[in-house]
Design a protein around this ligand. Structure first.
Ligand SMILES: [Zn+2]
Length: 159
């Protein structure tokens, strides 16, 4: 409606003027000032507002995996199973071909037994020492630094 002035040199713009991007801000300028910025091509995204573009940014994906973990009181279970059978720690060690000191440490919860030892104990006692634990993994997108495109979008002011 009213006449427009170039946002760079201030001169009156004849005709429609040029929309360019200077340092992330969209400005309308005259023909001689259009060289100072990047020509802005109208796109669907810009017409719908800047927010849309920001939302398109890649986000991390979430997935759930199940891992086997030792039950919390595994050492108590092992001791109980052993004592139920009237075995000494040494006897148990021999049955699974491990050292007595290892059994002692396991039963005292000083160490977490290796998976193969756990397996042997599970078979020997016919029990389960592991449980399936859901693990939520969040894969972050590669870069947390906004891309140049995002910066432009965020800075741009609506007229
Ligand atoms: Zn100008």
């Amino acid at each position: 409606m009213s006449e427009m002035n170039c946002e760079i040199c201030g001169r009156e713009i004849k005709g429609k003027g040029f929309k360019i991007v200077v340092e992330g801000s969209e400005v309308t300028v005259c023909g001689s000032c259009r060289q100072f910025g990047t020509e802005k091509k109208p796109s669907v995204a810009s017409q719908q507002g800047a927010r849309r573009v920001v939302l398109k940014k890649k986000r991390g994906s979430t997935k759930i995996e199940f891992t086997e973990e030792l039950v919390e009181n595994f050492h108590i279970i092992i001791r109980r199973e052993r004592e139920k059978r009237g075995w000494s720690q040494e006897q148990l060690a021999k049955k699974i071909q491990e050292k007595e000191s290892l059994i002692k440490k396991i039963e005292n919860a000083e160490i977490t037994p290796e998976p193969e030892v756990v397996e042997k104990l599970e078979k020997l006692f016919n029990i389960k020492l592991r449980e399936q634990v859901p693990e939520i993994k969040i894969e972050k997108s590669k870069s947390l630094v906004p891309t140049l495109g995002d910066v432009v979008v965020v800075k741009r002011k609506k007229k």
